[in-house]
Design a protein around this ligand. Structure first.
Ligand code: GLA
Length: 381
């Protein structure tokens, strides 16, 4: 090979490397910024964090209730739209909210008759839902101001939220130390990890209560979304949505989402469970071993092409179709949230587990560390 040839080749290699280096430098990195979001009645200030994954996804998250107030996701044409329900300002969340985008605790979902016993002692909770206790009681984690620490690296931008719930808070025993981390990754995921410790035996069920509409804001109801639930069984409920204790096969019932089905296809069927839930408002038993991150759900919105996959380490997932939305809430940008304007996929322990010794335990004891993870991954193939 001539000297000139190898020189030319070396030159070409050098320019390719330089081009790649420039591209790498130009590649937008995940970022996080922070601004005031308004004041709580006691004068303390809530913050709003904007997470940007550098690849077209953006989330805003406030440390009031750990609420994801917006989540912008590209459609198949690369056009971003906000796919979660909520309010434009803190005032909306303070006035009234059906848990839009919030972190729910100490016990997400219901505890029957608002009581349970643990190690021979009985505990009474706020009966805030037809005699049962719902979503942590009157002032659950969705209504608390969390300490917040933003972070970012080359692959993700996030915010770490922390709070201490004192012994006896909302009737629950033990001083609970909780950390929830939200991260928006360069793999188009919203990752939520939960960690907790206690100084007395207690029960715990932490979840995220996002209402999704993958078609974007003001898109109408979610009945056209196609849903897959990786679950062979669900927990049937009584008329107040407390599980009977049975793990029932979904086969031959409107609860069968083992292959994708439009949410609206069977929601109107004359079925006792659907009547109790006024639609879908049930917990499915996620297939595969709890404690490992595995597929729980996949939702596809045909018009936009957006797909959301939910993976979790939790044993169950509550699928709720916004049955209580009735057009009285005016949300972001003046959008009226009508019946079934959003759906929730809340990864969780089964409802009323503290009163069902057969369900995977929700007990946390001193010396143990609770860990759980849920990943919402978006694409538009
Ligand atoms: C959960 C419950 C529903 C309803 C909503 C909030 O998803 O399962 O029954 O309470 O929260 O309105």
């Amino acid at each position: 090979m001539s000297d000139r040839g190898s020189l030319l080749r070396a030159g070409a290699v050098a320019s390719v490397l330089l081009f790649a280096a420039c591209r790498m430098e130009q590649r937008p990195m995940p970022t996080v910024t922070d601004r005031p979001f308004g004041k709580l009645p006691d004068g303390t200030e809530a913050r709003l964090f904007t997470l940007d994954n550098g690849r077209g996804m953006r989330a805003t998250i406030t440390n009031y209730g750990g609420i994801v107030t917006s989540l912008v996701v590209p459609d198949r044409a690369g056009q971003g739209a906000d796919v979660v329900l909520g309010y434009d300002s803190l005032a909306g969340y303070l006035r009234t909210t059906p848990y839009f985008g919030a972190l729910v605790g100490r016990y997400g979902n219901r505890i029957g008759k608002a009581r349970f016993s643990l190690d021979g002692r009985s505990y009474t909770l706020a009966a805030n839902d037809h005699g049962n206790s719902l979503h942590g009681g009157s002032k659950g984690f969705d209504k608390l101001l969390w300490e917040a620490a933003p972070f970012h690296d080359t692959a993700q931008a996030g915010v770490r939220l922390h709070l201490v719930s004192p012994d006896g808070d909302e009737g629950y025993p033990g001083r609970l130390d909780v950390t929830v981390t939200y991260a928006l990754t360069d793999a188009s995921e919203l990752r939520i990890t939960y960690a907790a410790t206690t100084d007395k035996p207690t029960v715990l069920n932490l979840t995220h209560h996002g209402y999704f509409n993958l078609a974007g804001p003001a898109a109408g109801d979610i009945l056209g979304h196609e849903l897959l639930l990786a679950a062979d069984r669900f927990t049937p409920v009584d008329s107040t949505l407390i599980p009977t204790g049975e793990l029932r096969s979904v086969a031959g019932t409107p609860m069968d989402f083992r292959t994708p089905v439009a949410i609206g296809a069977r929601i109107g069927e004359d079925d006792l469970q659907l009547r109790f839930g006024k639609g879908f408002d049930h917990n499915w038993v996620v297939n595969g071993p709890a404690g490992t991150l595995r597929l729980a759900a996949r939702v596809r919105e045909p018009r936009s092409g957006r797909v959301m996959e939910v993976r979790t380490t939790e044993p169950g997932i509550q699928f709720y179709t916004g049955n209580f939305l009735d057009g009285t809430i005016v949300g972001k940008g003046g959008t009226v949230y009508r019946h079934r304007a959003g759906f929730c996929l809340e990864t969780q322990h089964f409802p009323d587990t503290p009163n069902h010794p057969d369900f995977p335990t929700a007990v946390l004891r001193p010396g143990q560390e609770f860990h759980s993870a849920t990943v919402y991954r978006f694409s538009a193939p």
